[in-house]
Write a protein that binds this ligand. Structure first.
Ligand SMILES: Cc1cc2nc3c(=O)[nH]c(=O)nc-3n(C[C@H](O)[C@H](O)[C@H](O)COP(=O)(O)O)c2cc1C
Length: 167
């Protein structure tokens, strides 16, 4: 999809079906996400693809924002693998994870699937369920699926601040 169309079309879809998602689409989403830039190319990010039924139920223990999905991707980053800016000691793990997550989110839309970036979840509940996530700063859960027939953007979708000023 042309980039302008992609970014203007995308919206947080909160009504998904649990119809199976093709492996080619999962692979495409991962390829797009892992092509993201990271500071000094340290790539301290990890993506967990959660698709078996039992594991999906454990995601639902960590957040109510699952929207009927049968597939989830969780994005996290390890602070001790990330670049730290010498001038102010800022650790870039969350920045890196957010860029990866953004490319992942747009790829989902690009291949006809829908999702919402979910930040409101209980990280410790997730880590207890999936110990491989320990040591990561968990940035986002993406419930992924085909949209329900009556899925639509929320009212918030069209509310945009200007964000820009000239100096
Ligand atoms: C970092 C981040 C965290 C978010 N967390 C949630 C969430 O936990 N639950 C939810 O329903 N939407 C969540 N959203 C979606 C936002 O509410 C949504 O992007 C915003 O209202 C604009 O709507 P739009 O995505 O349809 O353009 C999150 C978005 C971002 C970027």
């Amino acid at each position: 999809m042309e980039y302008g169309k992609l970014v203007f079309d995308r919206y947080s879809c909160r009504k998904l079906t649990d119809a199976p998602v093709e492996k080619e689409k999962i692979d495409y989403i991962i390829r797009c996400a892992t092509s993201a830039p990271t500071a000094v190319n340290y790539q301290p990010v990890h993506i967990w693809v959660v698709k078996n039924e039992e594991a999906c139920k454990r995601i639902a223990d960590a957040t109510r924002f699952t929207f009927g999905a049968g597939l989830f991707m969780v994005v996290g980053a390890k602070a001790d693998g990330a670049w730290v800016r010498p001038a102010d000691s800022q650790n870039f793990a969350v920045v890196d994870a957010s860029i990866v997550a953004t490319q992942l989110m747009l790829a989902i839309h690009d291949c006809g699937l829908r999702s919402t970036w979910v930040g409101k979840f209980e990280p410790q509940v997730l880590k207890d369920a999936f110990p491989e996530m320990n040591d990561y700063n968990l940035v986002a859960i993406f419930p992924i699926g085909y949209p329900a027939e009556d899925a639509e953007p929320s009212d918030r979708h069209s509310l945009r601040k200007s964000l820009v000023s000239e100096i």
